[in-house]
Design a protein around this ligand. Structure first.
Ligand SMILES: Cc1cc2nc3c(=O)[nH]c(=O)nc-3n(C[C@H](O)[C@H](O)[C@H](O)COP(=O)(O)O)c2cc1C
Ligand code: SF4
Ligand code: SF4
Length: 256
């Protein structure tokens, strides 16, 4: 039996939350789906427990995260789904992830919706997960652990979300490098989709870019920026509805 912490996390919010939950369940092996050179073909076993964390992008699972798990074989391994979002909504993130994993023969036994600082509009959920969140998430992990220890057979949990999934075609906010760029290549190395050419790291292929903001967070010169006006407009729209603090949620399975 092995535990796995599997995450797609361009700006580390999802990583932090996935590892926090996984560490309460015991020692684990890490699989970072943000890396381009990941082993695609992985086979799990019935007794394995996979904690799989994704950020919600437009209420969906980032397509690249699913692509990187395309060839996973669950063999009835138990999975704890984590949807991390920036205080707006996660909409169909869970059902999309669950449908995908069920097809690959994983059994979803629990799920956690958790809030992290919005990676584009940082004033939403600023500083989260905070100390209260961490306490709550640890408590969730303990409840999941007890469920896993006490029950041997599980049925798939019911999670919120709809079919067909909400349409998501990306956002038009793409980071660009400015004159402070020294062409060190750190952003090109870190971009999860290869949208920054290694031989011209001061440019961005906006057709490939998924607006994940990882390049901004890794640039040592703070040379990558998004269009401030566009972010202001998006923030203005968000502010009307999504400033009230949202809560983390735990969904736990019933045994058969
Ligand atoms: C392209 C994009 C789309 C996003 N869409 C949503 C959304 O629909 N709802 C929401 O609450 N947060 C949304 N967020 C915020 C992220 O879900 C949140 O910041 C998450 O913590 C990012 O994960 P990471 O830190 O692991 O990269 C979006 C962020 C990005 C970059
Ligand atoms: S990480 Fe920053 S300084 Fe380095 S190449 Fe990218 S934009 Fe330029
Ligand atoms: S170029 Fe786009 S996809 Fe690549 S790290 Fe930057 S925001 Fe993410």
């Amino acid at each position: 039996m092995s535990n796995y912490a599997i995450y797609f996390s361009p700006t580390n919010g999802t990583e932090k939350i996935t590892k926090l939950l996984a560490s309460e369940l015991g020692a684990y092996t890490e699989i970072d789906l943000s890396k381009t050179d990941n082993e695609k073909n992985r086979t799990f076993e019935k007794d394995d427990i996979c904690i799989i964390g994704v950020p919600s992008y437009g209420g969906r699972v980032p397509a690249v995260a699913l692509e990187r798990m395309e060839e996973f074989q669950g063999n009835s391994a138990k999975v704890v789904l984590i949807a991390v979002y920036g205080n707006r909504a996660y909409e169909d993130t869970f059902v999309e992830l669950q449908d995908f994993l069920t097809k690959r023969n994983f059994c979803s036994v629990a799920a956690v919706a958790a809030i992290a600082e919005h990676s584009v509009m940082h004033q939403f959920a600023k500083g989260r997960p905070d100390e209260n969140d961490k306490k709550e998430l640890i408590q969730y992990a303990r409840e999941i652990k007890s469920e896993l220890e006490n029950n041997k057979e599980f049925t798939e949990i019911q999670l919120p979300g709809e079919h067909p999934y909400k349409e998501y075609n990306g956002i038009p906010i793409k980071p660009k490098a400015n004159k402070k760029c020294t062409e060190c290549g750190a952003c090109a190395e870190a971009c999860p989709v290869g949208a920054i050419p290694m031989n011209a790291p001061n440019t961005t292929n906006t057709d490939i870019c998924i607006s994940c903001m990882r390049c901004i967070s890794v640039c040592p010169k703070k040379a990558r920026k998004v269009n401030g006006l566009m972010v202001k407009v998006a923030t203005f729209k968000m502010k009307k509805n999504y400033t009230v603090r949202k809560h983390n949620e735990l969904f736990i399975g019933r045994h058969a």
